[in-house]
Write a protein that binds this ligand. Structure first.
Ligand code: HEM
Length: 151
């Protein structure tokens, strides 16, 4: 699987970024909400510590998609559900992913090379694809509501 090839690169770059562990989350959400204020409402009652936890779990699941895709797939159902329940839209994932990459690049310094970025992009594309798919299905199936009610 293509993502496994990127696992080492992604894992190593996260180790390098560990020195900035405390800054990453604040930087990420500052940038995300600055650029896309409409996303702030999803995190409305959240405090700094909560955002840090959310950021860490997002990174963990992306990491897992790279290092153990089978484990990632096991939690994919509940991950989709969490986001679907909160009505996160498919296009939000790409915005989230882009800002995440910018944040990692910002703190990545010289370790953030085109190869590292390519590996992250590839893993993110897999994660966003896996999480985005059900939203398309939901959008399609939400049109014929009467059919759903009759089923
Ligand atoms: C690649 C993109 C993303 C990944 C990998 C990701 C990952 C995660 C993970 C691992 C959790 C914790 C799940 C749990 O506790 O069951 C979570 C929760 C959550 N995510 Fe995401 N997420 C992504 C994108 C987004 C986006 C775009 C939004 C909204 C704009 C969002 C909003 C939330 C919210 C509101 C929660 C709920 C946390 C809670 O109530 O405990 N996420 N996400």
């Amino acid at each position: 699987m293509q993502v496994s090839d990127n696992a080492d690169v992604v894992q190593r770059s996260l180790q390098l970024l560990a020195a900035h562990r405390n800054e990453l989350s604040a930087h990420f959400f500052g940038r995300l909400f600055g650029r896309h204020p409409q996303l702030q409402s999803y995190f409305v009652d959240s405090n700094h510590a909560w955002l840090e936890r959310k950021f860490a779990s997002a990174l963990r699941s992306i990491m897992q998609a790279a290092t153990s895709p089978q484990e990632f797939e096991k939690q994919l159902g509940s991950l989709r559900e969490t986001h679907q329940d909160r009505a996160v839209e498919a296009e939000h994932f790409a915005l989230f992913g882009d800002v995440l990459l910018e944040t990692l690049a910002y703190y990545g310094g010289r370790g953030w090379t085109p190869d590292v970025e390519a590996a992250w992009r590839s893993v993110l594309a897999t994660v966003v694809g896996a999480m985005g798919a059900p939203y398309e299905l939901a959008a399609d199936s939400s049109l014929p509501n009467r059919d759903a009610a009759a089923a």
